[in-house]
Design a protein around this ligand. Sequence first.
Ligand SMILES: [Ca+2]
Ligand SMILES: [Ca+2]
Ligand SMILES: [Ca+2]
Ligand SMILES: [Ca+2]
Length: 147
Amino acid sequence: MMSSVTLRYLVFSSLAIVLMSCAGVERSSITPVFQIVDVNGDGKIVREEFSQDMKKFAFSKFDKDGDKVITEEEWLGVDHDPEATKHFKSIDKNQDKNITFFEFADYADKASNIDKTFTTIDRNGDGNLAPNEFQARPTFKIFSIRF
Ligand SMILES: [Ca+2]
Ligand SMILES: [Ca+2]
Ligand SMILES: [Ca+2]
Ligand SMILES: [Ca+2]
């Protein structure tokens, strides 16, 4: 079953494609994913927009049934490390056997590659990602997991 998050991305993507084909040549460097991540549509992606998108995207990969929480079973379906159960417990701060987006985001802020990746792809170092700097989502990494 498709999660609502995935579905929303799909809807946004198709919308972005339609918008792009109307906009013509000058916007041709703007990819559909750029328009998704650039939430306020100002033509640049700031660190906060980038970080939110990466976390939402990663969360949706774990949350297979799209009910907005990651169960231990869902976590273990993605994390095949021998330490996977430990990983799950360290993110599930309140120990209720569910990882909420809030818990996931809090952990990812500290332990994922999001922040470092932003700095790397912001080639001119102005704190914004322009369409030529961001054309596709970079790999997300947490523990030994990457996608
Ligand atoms: Ca923006
Ligand atoms: Ca779930
Ligand atoms: Ca929890
Ligand atoms: Ca930049």
